[in-house]
Design a binder for this molecule. Structure first.
Ligand code: HEC
Ligand code: HEC
Ligand code: HEC
Length: 137
């Protein structure tokens, strides 16, 4: 075999080794997320740090949070078309609005809803105050 061909094959093999994990990961979520209001909405609070891996590690089923997804392989973001898109003041109390997605006290899928329930059940350090999730500003 020609030396140049061997080199090309080696390069191709290397590309496969490094590119494959990215393909397999597909639409896997990022680990440390910074959650923000949708584009164009003026934020009144600081963005919120959210450890996706951490929450998977607490043993919460994917479908508790991604409650409207048809399956684990069809998960979209919370502000996907038809979901919690409306970030207007008027929609603040609407369960389908943007605000209630994170703060509904009635839904296990909401950050605050689940955290309040966990706190009642005895978890002392779980964030429930505004400041604990929205640190600065
Ligand atoms: C504690 C709640 C919670 C749990 C449990 C959870 N997720 Fe998520 N996930 C989120 C939040 C919040 C986002 C960010 C959504 C956004 O930006 O609108 C997200 C984002 C995602 C995204 C990216 C969606 C996109 O297109 O923006 C995928 C994929 C995903 N999660 C899959 C999973 C899978 C699979 C599991 C189970 C192994 C899981 N999630 C468990 C809360 C959770
Ligand atoms: C279904 C329940 C549930 C939901 C929904 C949920 N959490 Fe949590 N969260 C937990 C539990 C359980 C802990 C860990 C408490 C402990 O063991 O100390 C936790 C811990 C945390 C912590 C502190 C420790 C860490 O992992 O960083 C932060 C910050 C946090 N959650 C943010 C959020 C945000 C933001 C959301 C919404 C996007 C959210 N959580 C949604 C259950 C939930
Ligand atoms: C468990 C975490 C958590 C707690 C506690 C929490 N929030 Fe949020 N909040 C979020 C997440 C996640 C978002 C969506 C991402 C964003 O907009 O920053 C959000 C968004 C918001 C928004 C819309 C975006 C903006 O910046 O204007 C407001 C207003 C808000 N929260 C106010 C509050 C107030 C007031 C409290 C206390 C009563 C509070 N939050 C407690 C997680 C939390």
């Amino acid at each position: 075999m020609k030396k140049s061909l061997i080199i090309s094959l080696m390069v191709a093999a290397l590309v496969c080794v490094f590119a494959l994990p990215a393909v397999i990961a597909g639409n896997a979520p990022a680990d440390n997320m910074v959650l923000k209001a949708p584009e164009g909405v003026k934020m009144t609070k600081a963005p919120v740090d959210f450890s996706h891996k951490g929450h998977e590690g607490y043993g919460i089923d994917c479908m508790v949070c991604h409650h409207k997804a048809a399956s684990k392989d069809a998960i979209t973001g919370c502000t996907a078309e038809g979901c919690h898109v409306d970030a207007s003041k008027a929609a603040k109390k609407d369960p389908k609005g943007f605000y209630q997605a994170w703060h509904s006290k009635k839904a296990d899928a909401s950050c605050l809803g689940c955290h309040k329930k966990e706190k009642k059940a005895g978890k002392k350090d779980i964030p429930v105050s505004c400041k604990s999730c929205h640190p600065k500003k």
